[in-house]
Design a protein around this ligand. Structure first.
Ligand SMILES: [Zn+2]
Length: 97
C-alpha cells in the first residue's frame, strides 16, 4: 500500500526519469520489455514533464506517419513504411503500384 501520487523515492524517480528519456522512442514503438514499460508508465504518472514529452513525441511520430496506433506496430512496420516512402518519389500520385 504505497501511495503513488508523489515521488517517495527520489533516486528511483531520477533513474526512471532517465530511463524514460533514454528509451522514449522504444517505448512508443512498443519495443520495451514489460518491466521497463511498467517503470516508464508509472513514471509518467508522477512526472508531468515526461508525460508531456512522451505525448508530444507520440504526436510527432504519428504525424509523420511512421507508426500505426499505439500497440499495434513495431519498428519493422515503421521501417517498411519508411522504405516505401523512399521508393515512392511522388506521394499521392497514382502510379499503379
Ligand atoms: Zn520524468
Amino acid at each position: 500500500m504505497t501511495p503513488r501520487a508523489t515521488p517517495l523515492h527520489p533516486i528511483r524517480f531520477y533513474r526512471d526519469h532517465r530511463l524514460t528519456r533514454a528509451h522514449s522512442s522504444e517505448y512508443i514503438d512498443d519495443e520495451l520489455g514489460a518491466e521497463d514499460r511498467n517503470r516508464i508508465e508509472e513514471h509518467t504518472h508522477l512526472c508531468a514533464s515526461c508525460a508531456r514529452f512522451l505525448a508530444s513525441l507520440r504526436r510527432t511520430v504519428l504525424a509523420l506517419g511512421l507508426l500505426r496506433p499505439i500497440g499495434s506496430a513495431g519498428t519493422e512496420v515503421s521501417d517498411g513504411i519508411l522504405a516505401r516512402l523512399r521508393e515512392e518519389p511522388d506521394l499521392g500520385e497514382d502510379a499503379g503500384a
